[in-house]
Design a protein around this ligand. Structure first.
Ligand SMILES: [Mg+2]
Length: 182
């Protein structure tokens, strides 16, 4: 069986407050009556040319290295585990490249897969549908993310680990030893 661990990106691996602030300073962050920010703000915030403003979350990086090293060490015993990043960032080839560069520059291990949201899709329902297709291909042992990710992960039937942009909440998945050190 192929196993996987899922990571959200924004406020899970990255602190993007500076990118938010930049978008607000540049185009203004006037909200509509539903509290939603305007389209120019989103276009600016979602522009991969600003990813370099993001700061890495230290405990996320440490935990991911810890997991990754153990999987590499056990590869000769047939342990196959993928690290999948699932994010509402806009899916363009440029954004993928810029984010891969960001990960390298900030000392994160290389993920197995990065899945970004196609333009025009609503984040939560999109994550639901991607999760369903992943469940058919992998046995997912845990997902790390923020509050809005928790219902998506829980519906997938695997451990949902709540973390925040302060780097709190990181812990080993409950099924880790069963899968990686059987
Ligand atoms: Mg997030």
């Amino acid at each position: 069986m192929k196993y996987a661990v899922i990571f959200d990106v924004d406020s899970t691996l990255t602190n993007n407050r500076d990118r938010e602030q930049f978008a607000s300073d540049f185009v203004g962050d006037k909200k509509d009556k539903n509290g939603k920010r305007n389209e120019p703000w989103h276009d600016m915030f979602q522009d991969g040319r600003l990813y370099h403003l993001d700061r890495p979350i230290g405990s996320a990086r440490v935990m991911w290295h810890r997991l990754n090293t153990q999987v590499i060490d056990r590869a000769d015993r047939g342990v196959e585990l993928s690290f999948i990043l699932l994010s509402g960032r806009r899916d363009t080839p440029e954004n993928h490249t810029r984010f891969e560069d960001w990960l390298i520059q900030h000392g994160f291990p290389a993920p197995t897969r990065i899945i970004f949201r196609p333009v025009g899709q609503e984040t939560d329902s999109w994550k639901h549908s991607v999760m369903e297709s992943l469940i058919g291909k992998y046995e997912i042992i845990a997902g790390y993310g923020n509050e809005r990710d928790m219902p998506v992960y829980e519906e997938g039937g695997f451990e949902a680990i709540l973390v925040d942009e302060e780097g709190k909440g990181w812990k080993m998945p409950e099924r880790w030893d069963e899968v990686v050190h059987p």
